[in-house]
Design a protein around this ligand. Structure first.
Ligand code: 16G
Length: 258
């Protein structure tokens, strides 16, 4: 058995027989308590299923059940062929709700490497909803990008952006950043309205985001505007529920204006 930091936690452990909780829950609790006490830290390796089973005199099936729940809850992550480590694989990002930024800018500020995979790109007449959101006449064409956004190589959002063609006549110019392309064309948005709600991902979205089917996600709709008031972007996105915290600053309502 290799000597790794997590081994001490299990070597000292005593799964109290007086405890009524199922064994796998007691193993989970052991790991969670060790992280709370600082005995196990982010990035620490924990012993293999087989080693934990041996150290605690329990079956491997029990340990597997505890590990798979811990993975699902983002407390540990498993790297194929390498082992189990404390901490989730997904970066967790805080986005202030009052600043208009792009995905690329948001991530760059945090030193996170991003990329965008274009899942589909089309230019067509707007749907009635798109025409309404972007205040377009039904004959004004739009381009639509469906992109999978990665943070440090982990897929964290699916974005569907709709932009009137007149702002970006050559849709192929959009590489990693839509806002950079809009900026280069002289149409970077300066203001946006955003609404968000919780949803469960469908099977296709779960596959793309590499999470179990029906995992929770944030559905976000953004309409952004140019300084002259024209709508330039209508984007709907699904963000993995475990990857983004949206933070809003609240001030006490002034009684005179409330
Ligand atoms: C953000 C915006 C999205 C925008 C994108 C541009 C949210 C919820 N959405 O992801 O509306 O299209 O940034 O990013 O914040 P890009 O310039 O990196 O393509």
């Amino acid at each position: 058995m290799t000597n790794i930091p997590g081994q001490r936690v299990f070597a000292k452990a005593n799964l109290s027989a007086a405890d009524n909780a199922p064994l796998y829950m007691r193993i989970k609790r052991l790991i969670i308590e060790a992280t709370a006490k600082g005995d196990l830290r982010d990035g620490d390796a924990i012993p293999s299923e087989r080693d934990v089973a041996e150290l605690l005199s329990v079956s491997r099936v029990t340990v597997r059940k505890a590990f798979s729940e811990l993975v699902r809850e983002g407390i540990v992550n498993q790297k194929r062929g390498s082992g189990t480590y404390i901490g989730g694989t997904v970066v967790r990002v805080e986005q202030p709700l009052s600043r208009l930024t792009s995905f690329t800018e948001d991530m760059k500020l945090r030193g996170i490497v991003t990329r965008a995979e274009i899942l589909s790109l089309q230019t067509a007449l707007p749907t009635p909803e798109e025409a309404l959101k972007l205040s377009l006449s039904p004959s004004e064409r739009v381009s639509r990008w469906r992109r999978l956004r990665y943070a440090n190589d982990v897929p964290i959002a699916i974005e569907h952006a709709v932009i009137p063609e007149r702002f970006l006549p050559d849709a192929s110019l959009v590489r990693d950043s839509l806002y950079a392309a809009l900026d280069a064309a002289g149409f970077k948005p300066v203001r946006a309205l955003q609404r968000l709600r919780a949803v469960a991902l469908d099977d296709e979205e779960s596959d793309l985001l590499e999470v179990p089917s029906a995992s929770p996600a944030l559905f976000i709709e953004r309409i952004s505007y140019l300084a002259d008031g024209r709508a330039v972007e209508f984007t709907t996105s699904h963000y993995r529920g475990d990857s983004y915290d949206f933070v809003a600053e609240l001030t006490l309502a002034n009684e005179a204006t409330a």
